[in-house]
Design a protein around this ligand. Sequence first.
Ligand code: PGA
Length: 236
Amino acid sequence: MRNILVVANWKMNPRTLKEAKEIARASDDKRVVVCPPFIFLEEVKRTVKKGKVGAQNCFWERGGKKSSFTGEVSPGMLKDIGCKYVIVGHSERRTVLKEEAKVIKMKVKAVLAEKMTPILCVGEKKEKESAPEEIKKQLKEALQGVPLKNVIIAYEPVFAIGTGKACPVDLAEKRKLFIKSFLAKIRKKGEDIPVLYGGSVDGKNASSYVKAGFDGLLVGGASTKPGEFERILKKV
Ligand code: PGA
C-alpha cells in the first residue's frame, strides 16, 4: 500500500492558541503533517501525538555566532522543537512576499542541511499551454545541483489555491506525470520522489487526486476546519 501524506497548511490561522490546540487535536493522524504558524508550533507539537509537525517557512541561514537576521527563524530552531518538514516556495510567498528562485533554492538547501524534508511547492499561474515549461523552470531553479535525498514536491496550480476551484483531475494527473519524468531525469529513481496535489482540496475531491496517483495532498483552507479535514482523511 502507498504511503499517503496529508500536509495541513494552516497559513496565518487561527487567531488564538486555544483554537490552534483544538484544530491540532482534531487533525492528529499518522498520515498528517500539521504546519501551523511559527508561534503555535511548540504547542501543536505537544498536542499532536500520532502525526508530525512542519513549518510553513524558514530562513536560509543556519545560524551560529553571527545570526543578525531580525524576525527570522532558522531551520535548526525548527528542528530543535521537533519539526520534520518545512514548506518552501509556496505561491503566496513567491507572490506576496516576493520570494525569488534563488531564495527558494537556498531554503531548500538549508532545510536539507538540517536533515529535515523540504516540501517544495511548484505550479503554473494560469492554465495554459506553456505551463509545463513554467513548472520545469521552478523545479530546475530550486533543485538543480542540490543533493536530493529527501524532498517532497507539491504541485499547486496557482489558479486553484484558495479559489474553491480545484484543478481538473485529468490536468493535475498530466502535470504530475510531467513532474515525475523531470525528477527522473535529474536524479536516479527521481520518479519515486513523492508528489502531492494542492489547491482547493476538500472532502469531495480529495480521493480523486489520490486515485490519480498523487502521493498525498497539501490542504490549505480546509485544514483549519476540523469537520472538513476529517472528511478528507476518511477519503484518502
Ligand atoms: P487551499 O490552499 O487548499 O486553501 O486552496 C492550498 C495551499 O495552501 O497551497
